[in-house]
Structure formats: C-alpha cells, structure tokens
Design a protein around this ligand. Structure first.
Ligand code: SAH
Length: 365
C-alpha cells in the first residue's frame, strides 16, 4: 500500500502513470487530500468509479494519530503523535499576531547529540518518511480547525522539532514540495524554514533547489566552544560551515540566512562572545535569532537572564546585524523541545549513523 500523503505532485503523477492513469490525476488527488482533507477514496467524486476502487486496493491516505495534546495558556498547542512502529514524535503550533507557526519533526530522536538539547537525551531511532512529515501538517490543520473553529491558521512551517532535517533530505525534499504546492498548502518560500545544526553537505544540496528560508544553529563564535555545544562542529567547523552559508547566499542574492543562537547562562552569553559573533558574521547577509535556553530535567545549563539577553542583542545589533530575541512560548507544556523518552544509542553508534546517512544522501544526490 502506498501512502499518498507523502507524494508530491511529481510523485503522485508517477504513481498514476504506473496505474495506467493520466498524470493530471495528481492535481485532483493533491487537492482532495491536502485542501479538502479527504482520506477516503470513495469520496473523491471527480475520479471515475473504477479508479476509486483501484485506489482503495493499492493506496491509503494515513496521517499520524494523536497520543496526547497539551494546550498552553498562551495558545501554543503541542501534540504527541504516533508514527509507524510505535514511534512517537512532537509537533507544536505557536500562534502569534497575524501568523501561526507549525514546528514539525523530521526524525524520531536525533543523531547529533547537542549537549543543551533534550531531544539528544533520547537518542536516535529513525528517519521519518515524507508521509510522516507531511502527516504532521495534515493533522495539525484539521485539529486546529476543530479546536479553534477555523480561527487558527498555519501560515509558517519550521523544521525545528525533533531531528536534523538535512540528514533526512530524501523525505524532507518531497515534503517541502508539498508545503509549497498551490494545490496543497501553498506556502510561500520564506514561510518555510529548514533549521540545521550545520550539516554542510546538506546545505550544499540545497543550493540549487527550490527556495525556502534557511536557519543555521550556530550557538557559539569559536570552534572550541561550539564543539562543546554542537559536537557536529568537529566534523564541520565554523569556517567550513560559514563558507557553505556563503555559497548558499551567493547562488541567489535574494537569499539570507538566520543564525540561531541559544543563550546559555555563563556559557556563550558574554560580551566577548557577542564580539566574536560580530567578527565571524562580518560581511555575511544574515539575521541572528537569540533563543533563551529552555531548561529540561537533568540539564546542567540555565537560561541567560533578560539583562544579559538585551545586552547581547544590542552588541550584535551594533554591527548592523538584525538581531531578534525569540519569545519563549508554551513554557508550561514544555513545548520547546522533545521531552519524550526514547531508546538511547551510544555516541559512537550515533556517529556511525551520521556517516551512513551522509553517504546514502551523497549517492542519491
Ligand atoms: N536539528 C536542527 C533542528 C532542530 S532544533 C537544528 O539543530 O537546527 C531547533 C533549534 O532549537 C536549534 O537551533 C537548536 O539548537 C535549538 N535548541 C535545542 N535545544 C534547545 C534548548 N533546550 N533551548 C533552546 N534552544 C534549543
């Protein structure tokens, strides 16, 4: 059974050709699934009866199921969704004035082991498939409709939930196409953000591709410090990473990159770090987004206080870099990052997985 939820327009067209059908069926079915939310082929009334019967036999439209839902007093909603094989992932909706951002996961757990991230404590389980990634959006659109009577709308999607999207490009690419497709979610490029811990070959694979916003998790101005926070820095040090960012931007001058910088008390939040950041970002068209560290059980780290945050923001701004502070949302429901318990892999097993994943992507690129 093919789950049609994860097929983009091209994938659906190919699928219909294998059934001996016209490729334009893809357009109809995309709209039925993503815009009308119909999962039952028998209700797709502009398809012939024989095609509907055929689809029932060979395909499904199956979204993840909700295991748990938490609603924050600030309107943030977090879902724990069940994916195949009993895996659980998180999806979060964050309403703001004039927009609604859906934060989605790309993997079950994560391989990268960033020391300040709670997903890292869960280890890595597996990649999500495209239908499991888009299934989060499909589910959230419908559920928000029920919860808010059509009030809350998803205007932005960010790949900032569990996992590293650039280590799962095979599934992330068709998901991006579906998010952008006018017959599905029709989101403008700048409204879809991919966030990466700095997977350089992944950034290079995006250079030629379709447009969307790129966010890079920088968190430190020196290799010595960044290695402690983002172990992937040993493989792709800051200079290598920033060179990839420059290639990405130079390919199309309209592009810009957002650097994410999680502010951790006494670790990376001092005036010297702000100066270092200004220095390494000099001449790069970019924005900086400061994220107050979000504590989770067992972490030794603490968030920077407000005065430190503002001082840091001012210091980076003084170099002419647009610098924002991300509001913490959904604090009362632990919405920021994974708080689930998963199966743990040892650091060496995770390193091996990163290698395998990169090698597979390089082969398929
Ligand atoms: N793997 C991707 C996307 C997932 S994390 C990446 O690394 O970018 C999304 C963002 O949240 C990243 O910038 C990450 O560094 C940050 N983050 C992780 N744990 C955090 C925490 N406890 N508090 C604040 N930000 C955190």
């Amino acid at each position: 059974m093919t789950n049609l939820l994860g097929l983009d327009r091209q994938g659906l067209a190919d699928f219909f050709v294998t059934l001996g059908e016209k490729p334009f069926r893809a357009r109809q079915v995309l709209q039925w699934i993503h815009q009308r939310g119909v999962t039952d082929f028998s209700q797709m009334t502009d398809l012939s009866q024989s095609l509907r019967d055929r689809l029932v036999a060979v395909a499904t439209v199956e979204a993840p199921r909700m295991i748990r839902e938490s609603q924050s007093s600030d309107g943030t909603v977090k879902w724990l969704l069940s994916e195949r094989g009993g895996s659980a992932i998180e999806t979060v909706f964050i309403p703001e004035t004039g927009r609604g951002t859906l934060c989605i996961s790309s993997q079950v757990g994560c391989m990268l082991n960033c020391t300040f991230c709670s997903t890292a404590t869960q280890g890595f389980k597996r990649n999500l498939s495209a239908d499991e990634i888009i299934g989060q959006v499909w589910f959230a659109v419908r559920r928000l409709n029920e919860l808010t009577d059509g009030e809350a709308k998803i205007t932005n999607v960010v790949f900032m939930g569990m996992g590293e999207p650039l280590l799962n490009l095979l599934a992330v690419k068709p998901s991006l196409a579906i998010l952008r497709d006018d017959l599905a979610y029709g989101l403008a490029a700048r409204r879809v953000t991919i966030s990466t811990a700095g997977v350089v070959p992944g950034i290079d694979q995006l250079i030629e591709g379709t447009e969307f916003a790129l966010a890079v998790s920088l968190h430190a101005p020196t290799d010595e410090l960044r290695e402690r926070l983002v172990p992937l820095n040993r493989k792709y040090p800051i200079e290598t990473l920033l060179a990839a960012c420059r290639r990405y931007i130079e390919h199309d001058k309209r592009r810009s990159i957002t650097f994410e910088y999680t502010m951790i008390e006494g670790v990376n939040d001092q005036p010297s770090h702000a100066r270092g950041l200004r220095r390494i970002l000099d001449g790069l068209p970019c924005k900086v987004n400061l994220i107050p560290f979000n504590p989770f059980p067992g972490t030794p780290f603490k968030p920077s206080d407000d005065a430190t945050l503002y001082a840091f923001q001012m210091a980076v701004r003084s170099a002419g870099i647009v610098t924002t502070i991300r509001k913490t949302r959904g604090d009362d429901i632990a919405a920021a990052c994974g708080q689930l318990v998963g199966e743990l892999l040892s650091p060496s097993e995770r390193r091996r997985l990163v290698q395998t994943q990169l090698a597979q992507q390089a082969l398929s690129a």
